[in-house]
Design a protein around this ligand. Structure first.
Ligand SMILES: NC(=O)C1=CN([C@@H]2O[C@H](COP(=O)(O)OP(=O)(O)OC[C@H]3O[C@@H](n4cnc5c(N)ncnc54)[C@H](OP(=O)(O)O)[C@@H]3O)[C@@H](O)[C@H]2O)C=CC1
Ligand SMILES: N[C@@H](CC=O)C(=O)O
Length: 819
């Protein structure tokens, strides 16, 4: 014999009930069947609403009653015909008038006791079981309605009653053994010894099913619901969660107690005691195998991954009682727990450190004020004498449980868990782990619940890990970067199990956001006007509110406003990769604030492309310093644009035309005057100087400008490029003169002892700088170790593809730290 329990969504409408008929018919091939049903979806909520409305007085509850009647009548009309339909309508009429009387009484008294509430709530299952048993009979499956009030015996805690297993077993055997038709039993309800109606708590029909199954020694207890099984995490919150093929009783119990809604928390115990497997099946997808909950063999347990599943409870508060006077005083904990028990307050989580100075308890948020009052009263004397210093209630708290039988004796699970949380900046407020080592529960701010569930789930369950990228700027570098991420996505996914998801991009006018990833083949179409939300602050607010795990912000703008936001991003634990030099070459104040933020956060900050675009210059410098070498001097060419201009001039051509070519090729800054004035080069030297440990500012870099003063004023870039022709002759002359002397002109500089100088130089053609081509940069490090033959880094120092490649490499460096 098997017990089949159908939840509210499985019997939501006529189509689904027809489906249930097929499931029952199939199950009948395996032997006798007992059916347990919940109320039709929404009915329990409607009943509760009707009860609360009635309690406020007046007749408004009647509207809810009409809704309840309409919902059931529609089902009868859809499913039943002839005498069966009439019989059920008569039954509904009678029971609805009983319900109406109860609600009327509540509205007159304006009082809703737990007892009357349980009575009102019991009607849902009575309606559904009657309709379904009648429908089965009509379809030729002999079935009879069984009211569980006559079988499930409970105590008098009406809303969340405890079941008297012995008394219930007697009744169940008497009513259901040797039944000659399929019993369709009302789930969720029972009765107290005084005959009053009780309920087993929300979702209690699962419990009814396992009680009946265990008493009658069922072969299997099937819980038919609307999901494919017991998931590794709540699929509504964790997109990548998946149905587990099997889990142990103990794991199912831990997970359902910690918030997994697929199974009532008490339902596992009777089945476990009787050794009967429970299967969770999807009535909308009966072909899916579902999850089998049973006793696992030791081999199965050992071969399983250490963590089986995650669950969470959101609406809780954390009570914290603390005081140095509690240390070594016996009885405080006992009084604390007894007091809460007396007030029927269920404790979800307990944590006490060995110092005994504080005890933290998580309880349901609805019971917070009751608990606070009760404890204030209980500990009034200790609070008055400051033996207990504070009794606080912290709101907006969530508890997450990480559960797995194989966690026991498996070192590193908690280390991995807390490392993952830490890297994502999730603050753990309290932790608890029982000595059975199969549940680590921790309490965090509710704001971080989804982020924590996702990053922990990913780190324990998925081989492929996600990194969420938000880009600022959609110009030359960003466009190349987006193309590279798109083209390399598959390789990274297969080769490195890394999924780079670009979730956001913005320029000053447009923005696109998508947590699941923007389509990189058509990202331009995803951009929408930023109406009213045009500042970088608005974009950052959107990013922060998403609170996704493993988030990297990528700055491909040349905006000081964006650079000024780095400290805030880092403090929000969002890592930053930037091609924009205005952060590390900004004011000393900003530079320090960025470093302070970096030191106080777990986020990373990389800016290799700030100097020499994709060339490994900052990393080389730091490798030299970190390995103990002393850098004596840095010389070279660090402007791709100026290198290009002088390399082209050497071949002949007008200065202004070459500048225009550099701009069109994407080598220049958004405003080419930043390059021609030497400012961009100076920033790179400033960054290198600071990397070397010098406290220097932009003003400390001596640099020669190539832009005539009158062209430095405010004017559009196009106008500037036109007017720049005024210097063409001067550079033509300079170039000719140099060539005549077997020399060349170049724009180069050096940093020596904290002093930096950049200028136009006349160099012999034998100088390596004269051999540069295109946008090539060259940096020469003279160090203690590289003294006779200095270390040279040389290659293209500007351009979309090489710079984007450097940005991409920084993203991957951070990704490999995060995942
Ligand atoms: N080009 C190169 O070879 C190299 C460039 N870099 C650096 O990379 C950065 C980008 O250069 P590049 O791509 O060539 O420049 P582009 O001018 O092509 O692109 C700049 C982008 O930044 C956007 N932007 C500006 N301000 C903001 C803001 N406040 N919020 C959001 N978006 C903003 C612009 O949007 P809008 O169009 O709306 O103004 C534009 O999309 C610069 O800092 C540059 O120094 C570094 C190494 C090499
Ligand atoms: N405009 C810059 C780009 C790299 O930083 C340059 O020309 O070097």
């Amino acid at each position: 014999m098997n017990v089949l329990k159908f939840g509210g969504t499985s019997i939501e409408n006529g189509k689904r009930i027809r489906n249930v008929l097929n499931i029952i018919r199939d199950a009948m091939h395996d032997g006798p069947v007992i059916v347990v049903v919940s109320a039709i979806r929404k009915v329990t909520d409607l009943l509760l609403d009707a009860a609360l409305t009635a309690c406020r007085g007046g007749g408004d509850y009647k509207e809810k009653l009409v809704d309840i009647e309409r919902l059931h009548t529609a089902l009868v009309e859809d499913l039943l015909t002839g005498e069966k339909a009439e019989d059920v309508q008569r039954y509904l009429c009678g029971v609805l008038s009983e319900l109406g009387d109860v609600l009327h009484g509540v509205s007159l008294l304006r009082e809703l006791s737990e007892k009357s509430s349980a009575l009102i709530m019991s009607f849902g299952e009575r309606f559904s079981a009657y309709i379904i048993s009648s429908y089965l009979s009509q379809e030729g499956v002999a079935a009879s309605y069984v009211d569980a009030r006559g079988m499930i015996v409970t105590d008098t805690s009406h809303g969340d009653a405890r079941v008297d297993m012995e008394a219930s077993a007697l009744q169940i055997r008497e009513r259901l053994n040797n039944a000659d038709s399929i019993p369709v039993v009302t789930g969720y309800i029972g009765s107290a010894p005084d005959g009053t109606v009780t309920t087993l708590g929300r979702g209690g029909s699962d419990y009814t099913a396992t009680i009946i199954g265990s008493v009658l020694g069922a072969g299997e207890i099937q819980i038919w619901t609307d999901v494919d099984g017991f998931f590794s995490a709540d699929p509504k919150r964790v997109r990548d969660a998946y149905a587990l093929p099997f889990i142990s009783y103990a794991e199912a119990m831990e997970l359902s107690h910690a918030g997994a809604k697929v199974l009532h928390p008490y339902a596992v115990h009777p089945a476990m005691k009787a050794g009967i497997p429970i299967t969770i099946r999807n009535s909308m997808n009966p072909g899916a195998p579902g999850t089998r909950i049973e006793k696992l063999s030791s081999e199965e347990a050992v071969s399983a991954r250490p963590v089986t599943g995650l669950s969470s409870i959101s609406d809780i508060v954390l009570l914290n009682i603390s005081g140095s006077g509690m240390v070594g005083v016996p009885g405080i904990a006992s009084r604390l727990f007894s007091c809460l028990a007396r007030h029927m307050i269920n404790i979800i989580f307990i944590s006490q450190a060995s110092s005994e100075q504080s005890i933290s308890l998580a309880i349901n948020a609805l019971q917070a004020s009751k608990a606070q009052m009760a404890l204030d009263d209980e500990f009034a004397v200790e609070l008055g004498s400051r033996q207990i210093e504070s009794l606080t209630v912290r709101q907006d708290i969530s508890m997450i449980a990480v559960v797995g039988k194989s966690m026991s004796g498996h070192p590193g699970v908690s280390a991995h868990l807390f490392e993952t949380l830490g890297k994502n900046g999730i603050n753990v407020i309290a932790v608890a782990q029982g000595a059975n080592e199969m549940n680590i529960s921790f309490v965090i701010d509710s704001h971080d619940e989804d982020k924590a569930l996702n990053c922990v789930h990913e780190s324990f369950f998925l081989s492929r890990r996600k990194v969420h990228v938000f880009i600022a700027g959609t110009g030359t570098i960003s466009s190349s970067l987006i193309g590279q991420i798109r083209d390399h996505h598959e390789t990274l996914s297969v080769g490195k199990n890394l999924d780079i998801v670009v979730c956001g991009m913005a320029n000053t006018r447009m923005m696109a956001l998508n947590n699941e990833g923007i389509d990189l083949n058509d990202w331009q179409s995803a951009l929408q006007p930023r109406e009213g939300e045009r500042t970088i602050g608005d974009y950052l607010a959107r990013i922060r509110s998403r609170n996704l795990h493993n988030t990297i912000f990528v700055d491909c703008t040349a905006s000081a406003d964006v650079a000024a936001a780095y400290p805030e991003l880092l403090r929000s634990n969002i890592s930053v990769v930037t091609a924009n030099k205005l952060g590390m070459a900004g004011s000393w104040d900003l530079y320090e604030t960025i470093n302070d933020a970096l030191n106080s956060s777990n986020a990373k900050f990389l800016y290799e492309t700030n100097v020499g675009a994709g060339l490994p210059i900052i990393n080389t410098l730091n490798d030299l310093r970190n390995s103990g070498d002393k850098i004596l001097k840095i010389e070279g060419v660090l402007s791709g644009t100026l290198s290009y201009i002088f390399n082209e001039l050497r071949k002949g051509g007008a200065f202004s035309r070459i500048v225009r070519q550099a701009r069109d090729a994407g080598f220049t800054e958004p405003d080419p005057r930043e390059d021609l004035s030497g400012a961009d080069f100076a920033r790179k030297f400033l960054i290198l100087g600071r990397e070397l440990g010098f406290r220097i500012n932009y003003e400390d870099i001596q640099c020669e400008s190539l832009v005539p003063d009158h062209l430095m004023g405010q004017m559009p870039v196009e106008e500037f490029l036109e007017k720049l022709a005024c210097v063409d002759e001067e550079y033509d002359d300079m170039n000719r003169k140099a060539a005549a002397e077997g020399m060349t002109i170049a724009y180069a500089g050096e940093i020596n002892g904290g002093k930096a100088k950049i200028s136009v130089k006349m160099l012999p053609l034998s100088n390596p700088v004269a051999g540069l081509n295109g946008t090539e940069n060259m940096v020469v490090f003279t160090t203690d170790r590289y003294f006779d033959t200095p270390l040279v880094v040389k290659g293209p120092g500007a351009g979309g593809e090489v710079t984007a490649g450097g940005v991409f490499a920084d993203i991957l460096r951070i990704a490999s730290y995060l995942v």
